[in-house]
Design a protein around this ligand. Structure first.
Ligand code: ADP
Length: 853
């Protein structure tokens, strides 16, 4: 039964132990690392402190026990010594009693007393002297010890018969000796005196033995007992070795000691273990005291104790040091873990494949990017030697060569381009960069290769190259000269074929095209610095945002005209540059000049034609003054011949003739001015003046066609900047057309009327302007005619040339004006036609720019 129980309880014990262990491990596992650290620190610290406490307690216990033992030993020794001292005294006492009997019986003389006393003193060194006194305390005989062992030898010259110094004079009644004498005399019993000093360092007590004869005191035997020999002879050597024994008087002063009086007299008695008993025969005035020598055992105990304390403190200090070291290590470890995690995250997130190899070329590491790039897993690659599975079969030789190059560290710093085959068989272009792997000892342990998939980059590069080629081809193929020049140094950064062809990469042409005749780019740095200032302190952005500046430039040296578009750009290197696109427009300019010339000629022709058309009217108009002149002249001639004319009448007639001639001359002058071929000339002109001139010429035609006109010119009109002859021509054309329309349609008299109005207008998009409108009461225009009015050579008239309105429009538009035509309605019916044109007011300098160039 008992044998069954034992394994069962053992099992339970084992189970409990494993359960507690598990619980402890679980608890430990749940602790945070910081707490685990603290615990790991605290447990040894606690153990050390516990150990220190145990040591301290043991020391304290041992110390107490030792003290008790010591105390016991002192007590025993003291009692032994006490016994010994008593025995010595009792022994001496027996002799004295015997001597007292002999003295009382008168068997001995003082001389014999002295002899006996001397004998006793020799056997009892503590007896310093003996005296036989009578009842009045007068000495009968004295004997002093001559024992060489006596601590205080008798003074020089003191014979054994001489009286002791302390007895030479009658001591006072308070002296211990007197008190003891008196007590013995009174009681007739043996009496001990209190100890008293007879010499410095020598203390004695006296034994008084009364001599009583028949009940009467006849004398006294007195013995001086020196305390020091008494003690010395009672203390065995081994006790003296163990303890300090001393005799003390009632004041506690040491009067005899085994260790010598002077040193022990000053020692504080309380610190040491001690035991004291009164010396029984003398009484409490003489104390026997024992003190333990505890110096050396204490020293060793203390040294041990303090060594243990010091070691414990050292251990705690070491623990703290270890803990701090651990903390630092933990911090470093944490930083390392962070660093590792950071690097791993970085490595995992980057698209660059990483592959490490040892010095033999065995793959030791591949990162996830490398795996996903190639499609092979880590297991497919790690610890493999070449040929690697991602080498394309057809390129094994080339790859082996590159691999050897890699192992020998001769891979170019810019990397090598390779083809990599994925697990699925597809291939891609990659660039490999190789760098040596160095361990902490500075020794190379292998090679690290980074692999970048450059398929996309290559595609982009190819596309970029193609785009660049296209761009270059387009630019090179352009008929326009393209040039890019730095603003600060006038350095030509780019020119295309046309520029090279015309200007031969000379930057000064760029400056000329840009219109910087006075500020050609130069190699003079001071001048270049000034060029920078020419930007007027504008920032690059302000300049680049300014947009395109377009102008036309004539390079007289080449006799060419260019349409130049300039804009500021920020070049690829950040510098501010000016780009010019100069298109050769010499041909266009020539054509334009010819067209302008032709237009001018056409205008003049048109004016001549108009005049031609108006020739009959003009002839008719001129006929009147000429007829009048003729009539006046014939009348005057006949009346002069007849002599029937007086001077006043003649003068009147001549004046009339002259006026008619002037009128004819004025008509001719106006016509000449109108048809005269002259350069187009813009000038400040008043609308009223233009209207007046136009009406004068048109009036001839209107009168012939019996059409009336009413004109209205608004007051205070601003002046116009126009060529007045051309505007007059337009007005004349419109008035003539109106009159022709009325006349051709043979309108009745009440509908043979034209209205000319000149009024100011303002349009938000065009600004201030003056509107001229010519309204007639003719038949108006049909829709098909209205759509083709301004076509050259379009006419509905049998003899019409159809260039009038087309010229009118080009004249008006060249003055930045607009011409419109519309029918006038009276209800549903057309009641006439209105032609109107506008001319802008103000400075038309812009329009003159082209002409100036
Ligand atoms: P032409 O007078 O030589 O025919 P224009 O260019 O001056 O040439 O006029 C073109 C045509 O416009 C005319 O043939 C005519 O049909 C029409 N036209 C011009 N002015 C008027 C008007 N006031 N009323 C009706 N039709 C007009």
């Amino acid at each position: 039964m008992a044998s069954d129980q034992a394994p069962a309880s053992f099992l339970t014990l084992r189970q409990r132990w494993s359960q507690s262990r598990m619980a402890l491990l679980t608890w430990w596992g749940h602790l945070s690392p910081a707490r685990q650290d603290r615990m790991a620190m605290m447990v040894p610290l606690f153990s050390v402190l516990l150990f220190l406490a145990a040591i301290a307690t043991s020391f304290w216990y041992l110390h107490n026990e030792e003290e008790e033992r010591e105390q016991e030993s002192i007590k025993r020794d003291i009692e032994l010594v006490h016994q010994q001292m008593r025995l010595q005294l009792i022994d001496a006492q027996e002799h004295w009693v015997q001597m007292s009997h002999e003295v009382i019986a008168h068997h001995i003389t003082p001389a014999q007393f002295l002899t006996q006393a001397q004998q006793q003193m020799r056997s009892h060194p503590e007896i310093l002297g003996m005296a036989w006194l009578d009842a009045e305390r007068h000495g009968r005989a004295y004997a002093l010890s001559t024992n060489p062992t006596n601590a205080t030898p008798p003074p020089e010259g003191l014979s054994s018969a001489a009286e002791p110094s302390y007895l030479s004079a009658e001591p006072p009644a308070s002296h211990p000796a007197s008190q003891a004498f008196q007590r013995a005399a009174d009681t007739h019993l043996l009496s001990y005196s209190e100890p008293f000093a007879i010499e410095p360092g020598q203390t004695v007590f006296q034994v008084h033995l009364p001599l009583v004869e028949h009940g009467t005191l006849t004398g006294m035997l007195v013995a001086d007992i020196d305390v020091e020999p008494l003690l010395m002879h009672a203390v065995p050597t081994e006790i003296a070795g163990r303890h300090v024994l001393s005799l003390r008087n009632s004041q506690g002063e040491v009067i005899a000691s085994t260790a010598g009086i002077p040193s022990h007299a000053i020692r504080p008695p309380t610190r040491l273990l001690s035991y004291a008993i009164p010396f029984a025969p003398v009484g409490p005035s003489l104390q026997l005291r024992g003190e333990g020598y505890r110096t050396s055992p204490n020293l060793i105990g203390n040294t041990l104790f303090w060594m243990v304390v010091a070691l414990s403190v050292l251990t705690v200090w070491t623990l703290f040091g270890t803990w701090r070291h651990m903390k630092r290590r933990l911090q470093i470890q944490r930083t390392l873990v962070q660093e590792t995690n950071f690097r791993r995250a970085m490595e995992n997130s980057m698209p660059t494949g990483m592959r490490a190899m040892d010095m033999q070329g065995r793959i030791t590491y591949v990162n996830p990017a490398f795996c996903s790039m190639t499609g092979f897993s880590e297991a497919d690659l790690i610890s493999y030697l070449p040929p690697f599975p991602y080498w394309p079969l057809e390129r094994i030789e080339e790859n082996s060569r590159l691999f050897q190059q890699e192992l020998s560290g001769r891979t170019p710093a810019g990397g090598v381009e390779v083809k990599i085959q994925r697990k699925d068989g597809s291939q891609f272009d990659a660039r490999m960069y190789v760098s040596p792997l160095i361990d902490p000892q500075g020794e190379q342990t292998g090679w690290m290769t980074s692999v970048t998939n450059i398929t996309e980059a290559k595609r982009v590069r190819d596309q970029l190259t193609a785009a660049h080629e296209r761009f270059t081809t387009v630019l090179e193929g352009l008929d326009a000269a393209v040039s890019v020049c730095t603003v600060s140094h006038g350095e030509l950064l780019f020119v295309n074929r046309s520029y090279r062809m015309w200007f031969n990469t000379d930057p000064r042409w760029h400056a000329l095209l840009a219109g910087q005749q006075d500020n050609l780019p130069t190699t003079n740095p001071a001048k270049q610095a000034e060029n920078i200032d020419d930007l007027g302190g504008l920032s690059i952005t302000e300049l680049t945002d300014a947009g395109v500046d377009s102008h036309e430039v004539c390079l007289h040296a080449m006799n060419k005209w260019f349409d130049v578009r300039a804009r500021y750009l920020q070049w690829t290197d950040g510098r501010l540059v000016q780009m010019l696109i100069a298109t050769d427009i010499t041909e266009r300019r020539r054509f334009e000049e010819q067209a302008a010339l032709q237009a001018e000629r056409a205008q003049v022709s048109s004016r001549l034609i108009t005049m031609g058309e108006m020739a009959s009217s003009v002839a008719h108009e001129l006929n009147q003054p000429l007829t009048a002149i003729t009539n006046y002249c014939s009348g005057m001639v006949s009346r002069v011949k007849a002599g029937s004319i007086d001077q006043d009448t003649l003068i009147g007639a001549l004046e009339k003739t002259s006026r008619q001639a002037q009128r004819a001359g004025q008509i001719i002058h106006r016509i000449r001015a109108f048809v005269k071929k002259s350069e187009p000339q813009r000038q400040e002109a008043k609308a009223s003046q233009i209207v007046e001139n136009a009406l004068e010429l048109a009036g001839i035609e209107l009168r012939r066609r019996s059409v009336t006109i009413h004109s209205y010119v608004a007051q205070r009109l601003p002046s116009l900047h126009v060529d007045p002859i051309l505007i007059e021509q337009v007005l004349l054309n419109l008035l003539k057309n109106a009159a022709e329309a009325i006349d051709t349609a043979q309108m009745p008299k009440n509908r043979r009327h034209i209205e000319l109005r000149v009024t100011p207008r303002h349009k938000p998009d065009q600004g201030g302007m003056i509107e001229f409108s010519v309204s007639d009461t003719g038949p108006g225009m049909k829709d098909d005619v209205a759509g083709r009015l301004y076509e050259a050579f379009f006419s509905t008239k049998a003899d019409g040339l159809g260039i009038g309105l087309s010229l009118c429009r080009s004249i008006i538009e060249s003055h930045q004006g607009r011409i419109t035509a519309e029918n006038i309605y009276n209800g549903e019916a057309i009641s006439g036609c209105r032609f109107s044109f506008t001319l802008p007011v103000g400075n038309l300098a812009d329009s003159s720019k082209h002409a100036a160039q």
